[in-house]
Design a protein around this ligand. Structure first.
Ligand code: PEP
Ligand code: MN
Length: 364
């Protein structure tokens, strides 16, 4: 159950509600209010509540409405919020705001190197990303590498370079944070915090990202073999910690077949649109592990209804220190961005024709 309080709730009304909730649940610790835009909400496990308790809660003066949600995840569910969330990304420095998700936004393209390797590599790539028409720059400063002997990223120096690239291009920046203690540092430099697949269930990290004092949105990548429920519950940790700006990123899951690096689960895109109001981004780079498959799977991701793509791009992919095989060239990026726009037009035309069948009759 989600209890939504009035936006103008008084201290006394809140105390009365809390006292009632303690009484009916017998549990004081789980009753915490979270600010969600202009309302405070309390999420409760209502499996033990009877109809009388439910009525008493609904009648409290502090309560605007009570929403019953039957899935294990609550705040991220469409039962709680039917309209799709749109997330505004803006540093307010040079660039324009970028909108991710919602009913009307056009798909965004985030692109950049897997890892920030050097000033020259990043700035060359960032300029190419801008010239290709992508809206957000990606780049890992802290890299979660499978082997401790692989390049681990430039760390804080990489964050500084990303901030410089933003200054030059006006592109907002997304970068990964790997540990709770680094959330504030990364949030100081980044416009969006990325939580990687290997950390999808790092609960202290999810909570710290949810509480980041810069209020940066968080993009949560699907775990290496996470179910949709596990993924949405991980997103619930971030939202429950007070951050409504969560973006999901499908990046493929482990499969029996090693022909591609992962199995890009595009069926999750329309499914997530049923289950959650959060925006969904598709990552065909990690999803396939193969540069030659990225343009086609990018088109497929947009066709499936994704709110955008995240793509690895490198000026010289074969020399990349990380994930070169799946990195596309700036020229390929330019055509992926173009095709993304074309695909979006096709989808908008489809929606238009579906609403206006008479137009279709005129066309045929
Ligand atoms: C990345 O985006 O470079 C990355 C490490 O991705 P994932 O967490 O999906 O493996
Ligand atoms: Mn990578």
């Amino acid at each position: 159950m989600i209890i939504v309080m009035h936006s103008q709730v008084s201290g006394e009304e809140r105390d009365l509600l809390t006292a009632l909730l303690c009484q009916v649940t017998g549990d004081q610790r789980s009753i915490t209010a979270t600010k969600m835009h202009e309302h405070e909400v309390i999420v409760l496990d209502d499996s033990q509540l009877d109809a009388q308790a439910y009525r008493a809660i609904s009648q409290q003066r502090a309560v605007e409405r009570v929403v019953q949600v039957h899935t294990p995840y609550k705040l991220v569910s469409r039962a709680f919020k039917a309209e799709r969330s749109s997330i505004r990304v803006n540093r307010g420095e040079s660039g324009q705001a970028v909108i991710i998700g919602g009913a009307t936004a056009t798909p965004v393209v985030m692109a950049g190197p897997c890892a920030v390797e050097s000033r020259e590599q990043l700035l060359t790539t960032a300029r190419a990303v801008k010239a290709a028409g992508a809206q957000i720059l990606r780049g890992g400063a802290f890299k979660p590498r499978t082997s401790p002997y692989q390049f681990q990223g430039l760390g804080v120096e990489g964050l500084r370079l990303l901030a410089e690239a933003r200054q030059i291009t006006g592109l907002p920046v997304i970068t990964e944070v790997m540990e709770p203690d680094m959330v504030e540092t990364v949030a100081e430099y980044a416009d969006i915090l990325q939580i990687g697949s290997r950390n999808m269930q790092n609960f202290p990290l999810l909570l710290a990202a949810g509480r980041n004092s810069f209020q940066r949105p968080v993009m949560l990548k699907r775990g290496l073999s996470a179910t949709i429920d596990e993924w949405l519950l991980a997103a619930e940790y971030i939202m429950g910690a007070g951050n409504p700006d969560v973006i999901l990123c499908e990046r493929g899951v482990r499969s029996f077949d090693t022909s591609t690096r992962n199995l890009l689960d595009l069926s999750c895109v329309p499914l997530l649109r049923e289950l959650t109001h959060l925006p969904v981004i598709v990552d065909p780079s990690h999803g396939t592990g193969r540069r030659e498959l990225v343009p086609t799977m990018s088109r497929a991701g947009i066709a499936a209804g994704a709110d955008g793509l995240i793509l690895e791009v490198h000026p010289d992919p074969n020399k990349a220190l990380c994930d070169g095989k799946q990195s596309i060239t700036p020229e390929q990026l330019r055509s992926v961005v173009h095709e993304t726009r074309l695909m979006n037009h096709v989808l908008m035309g489809h929606a238009f024709l579906a609403n206006e069948p008479s137009t279709l009759q005129k066309v045929v």
